[in-house]
Ligand binder design. Structure first.
Ligand code: NAD
Length: 261
């Protein structure tokens, strides 16, 4: 239980990879703040499960990652409730698949807002607390799309590349303060985010569901297997250990060899 006494905030943790991070931190004793959308009874069940796992408190904060004011309030409330913010995971994400000439501007704004600007707002609010404590871990879920592009994902690829640039910059700014700042870049992980883009990809490319899975999603992943949320969370847990204190400003791939190709 090496995270007992630590507070971890995970944005977008009501499902998928974010929930796996929250479970991993709770299993090591952390007080966890979860965030994201979903059915309120299911969210409360998740919150209670996390508290039971950690033996510490667990909170849900409904902040919309499109809103800088709500993000700042989420960080401050976590500090007031728990005494600090030790681990921040920028994980909330959305996707829209469309060629550039048909890409709806509101979808561009939403993807840049949730996948990139939210990390600016969380880091801006959390870094002073981490510096004051002399310890902190900031981890952002980027993507293989932070390193390479795919067709029809202009906003997502731009946001994820930007998230890596922001990470490198804040890593330099915090390098002597006990705070590390890194990205984890998964390949395809089987979560609702991937499931939800299958119909659009089927329509955009005239493919069946099976063709999208085999010929589009797993085509780029040499292992021909989806990454699991738990594998991504295991790396985040390692980044929280003292053994990882020299890893900062990095973008660590968990992509089945995708970006090696
Ligand atoms: P998911 O859809 O299961 O989870 C996304 C989470 O973000 C949910 O909790 C959702 O409620 C939350 N969210 C969305 N909009 C929000 C908003 N405005 N405010 C607050 N919360 C919001 O997706 P996932 O696959 O677990 O994705 C998590 C992260 O991993 C994303 O940043 C995604 O880009 C990244 N990623 C996913 C994959 C993959 O294959 N699934 C691969 C690489 C990177």
């Amino acid at each position: 239980m090496f995270l007992t006494g630590r507070t971890a905030i995970v944005t977008g943790s009501t499902s998928g990879i974010g929930l796996a991070y929250a479970r991993a931190f709770a299993a090591e004793g952390a007080t966890v703040v979860i965030n994201g959308f979903g059915d309120s009874a299911a969210i409360e069940a998740t919150r209670a499960e996390l508290a039971a796992t950690s033996g510490a408190e667990a909170f849900y904060d409904p902040a919309d990652m499109m809103r800088g004011d709500e993000i700042a309030a989420m960080i401050e409330q976590a500090v007031q409730r728990t005494g600090g913010v030790d681990i921040l995971v920028n994980n909330a994400g959305i996707q829209h698949v469309s060629p550039i000439d048909a890409f709806p501007p509101d979808k561009w704004d939403a993807i840049i807002g949730v996948c990139l600007s939210s990390a600016f707002h969380t880091m801006r609010a959390a870094v002073p607390h981490m510096k004051k404590a002399g310890w902190g871990r900031i981890i952002s879920t980027a993507s293989a799309h932070s390193l390479v592009a795919s067709l029809n994902k202009g906003a997502y690829v731009a946001a994820k590349h930007g998230l890596v640039g922001l990470t490198k910059t804040v890593a330099l700014e915090t390098a002597t303060s006990g705070v590390t700042v890194n990205c984890i870049s998964p390949g395809y992980v089987w979560t609702p985010l991937v499931e939800n883009q299958i119909p659009d990809t089927m329509a955009a490319r005239g493919l069946t569901r099976e063709q999208v899975i085999d010929d589009v999603l797993l085509a780029a992943q040499p292992t021909k297997a989806f990454v699991t949320p738990e594998q991504v969370a295991a790396l985040a847990l390692f980044l929280c250990r003292d053994d990882a204190k020299s890893i900062t400003g990095a973008n660590l791939s968990v992509d089945g060899g995708w970006t090696a190709a």
